[in-house]
Design a protein around this ligand. Structure first.
Ligand code: 0X9
Ligand code: CA
Ligand code: CA
Ligand code: CA
Ligand code: CA
Ligand code: ZN
Length: 435
């Protein structure tokens, strides 16, 4: 999934409805006119559908081609027909995929679509139509309010600072919240990738359900009394603020150190082991110069390690929320084998069983994360590989759909976060179950 983002010098001046005005980058000498769909030049960053991968090798050829893979539909296993990728690519990348025999259809100018999606947006916040989304300050205000409204069960602290010096807040929810009780601990983390804004809302929903809901709901009270729940709504505050900083959404994914490190390729466990990340600082899946090089990764790794008490990891289960594709994913990502060093058959079965049960409650597709693509240095592999924490990655709404994938209208926040209530309850309960 690595891609070298070219500087986007030309932005479409205007867009009308579905008719996209295509930016005009200089085509490289090797780029040919698009036989499939371009009537002229391709945009600097185009949104494409890529069809024709039927083998695992072809599948990997696409995910490793340097394009930014947003999602894909259809059976992903080897030799199943009908895999359809949605990718962001520059003209050279699109052309290369064509020359390799894929059908590559241009669906729009990514930057023009971002601009259109940002209509009415002022610098420094979400557009008026999306005001229900929380920026960094609104998020911190919200969890601080949860703390002051429910001081007996909610406590805010910080796991550390981002590259630009912002705190990365964590809120603990439990009875006797000031004490470290001997109870199974559960972790929820969100918005590691900047543009995946709906995931912060997911974490904030968990906060409000388990604080505001405590007094009036026996099931909630039972979970709060018998677990210690930690929630990190924004793991990448710099990236999030950058994504909403100008007049347009930026489609930004990484942190803000240099050209950006992909925090989900920067974790220490098996960092850079397996061709599942990029060494190119411009790539969307750049793994960083060394394991846990990013301050945001360091802070999260330290936090997880700090929950080892008397040699025992207290956190038992974890969900890291991403978007989009509607998937429930489990480790490992570094290998396509179900069972590997650090994952017994019984453990793999436990991941699969609970993953499928959770997926039944929200209608997502359950699969091992490497079924999507091989990755190394991701948080879920780290949490399991290093700490034996039952760690899942959820890819939230929608299942596909280009620009709206990262920027669904704020009307979707309520239904699409509520959709995971049952799965959240299940992972909280699972923390107390013996393997
Ligand atoms: O690639 C990722 O980091 C996640 N997908 S996203 O489109 N939100 O970037 C998936 C991570 C799943 N876990 C592993 N692959 N280990
Ligand atoms: Ca807002
Ligand atoms: Ca407690
Ligand atoms: Ca404890
Ligand atoms: Ca208790
Ligand atoms: Zn993500």
């Amino acid at each position: 999934m690595s891609t070298t983002r070219r500087a986007v010098g030309v932005i479409a001046a205007a867009v009308t409805g579905a008719a996209l005005l295509i930016a005009q980058p200089a085509l490289s000498a090797s780029a040919q006119p698009n036989p499939d769909s371009d009537s002229g030049a391709a945009p600097a960053r185009g949104l494409y559908k890529v069809l024709g991968a039927t083998t695992k090798q072809q599948y990997t050829q696409i995910t490793d081609s340097g394009v930014d893979v947003l999602t894909h539909h259809g059976k992903r296993k080897a030799s199943a027909p009908g895999v359809e990728f949605e990718v962001v690519a520059n003209p050279e990348q699109a052309q290369k995929l064509r020359s390799q025999g894929y059908k590559v259809d241009l669906n729009g100018d990514w930057d023009a679509m971002l601009k259109e999606r940002s209509r009415g947006k002022k610098a420094g916040d979400f557009p008026p139509d999306d005001e229900k989304y929380h920026n960094y300050k609104e998020m911190t205000d919200e969890i601080n309010k949860a703390q002051s409204d429910h001081a007996d069960i909610a406590k805010v602290s910080s796991v550390g600072k981002s590259h630009e010096g912002r705190d990365i807040p964590v809120i603990k929810i439990s009875d006797n919240v000031g004490q470290d009780e001997d109870e199974p601990e559960v972790l929820f983390t969100c918005n590691m990738h900047a543009r995946e804004h709906i995931t912060a809302e997911m974490c904030l929903r968990i906060v409000s359900r388990f604080t505001d809901g405590y007094a009036g709901d026996a099931a909630i009270k039972d979970m709060v009394d018998n677990r210690e729940i930690y929630i990190v709504p924004m793991q990448n505050p710099d990236g999030i603020e950058y994504d909403i900083s100008g007049g347009d959404y930026k489609g930004w994914r990484k942190n803000r150190e240099g050209q950006g490190t992909d925090l989900n390729r920067n974790y220490s466990f098996k960092w850079g082991c397996c061709d599942g990340s990029s060494t190119d600082p411009g790539a969307e899946d750049y793994r960083g110069p060394s394991a846990a090089s990013a301050p945001e990764t360091q802070a999260m790794e330290k936090f997880a390690a700090s929950r080892v008490v008397n040699g025992k990891q207290q956190i038992k289960s974890h969900i890291d929320f991403h978007s989009f594709s509607e998937l429930v994913l489990w480790p490992f990502g570094w290998t396509q084998d179900d069972v590997a060093e650090g994952m017994t058959e019984a453990e793999a079965k436990r991941f699969q069983d609970l993953g499928k049960q959770m997926a039944q409650t929200n209608g997502y597709t359950p699969e091992q994360s490497s079924d999507l693509y091989v990755t190394d240095g991701a948080i879920d592999d780290h949490m399991w590989g290093t700490h034996k924490i039952l760690s899942y990655t959820f890819e939230m709404y929608p299942s596909g759909g280009g620009i709206d994938g990262f920027y669904p209208p704020d009307e979707k926040i309520e239904p699409e976060t509520a959709r995971n209530d049952k799965a959240v309850d299940m992972i909280i309960k699972a923390a107390g179950e013996q393997p």
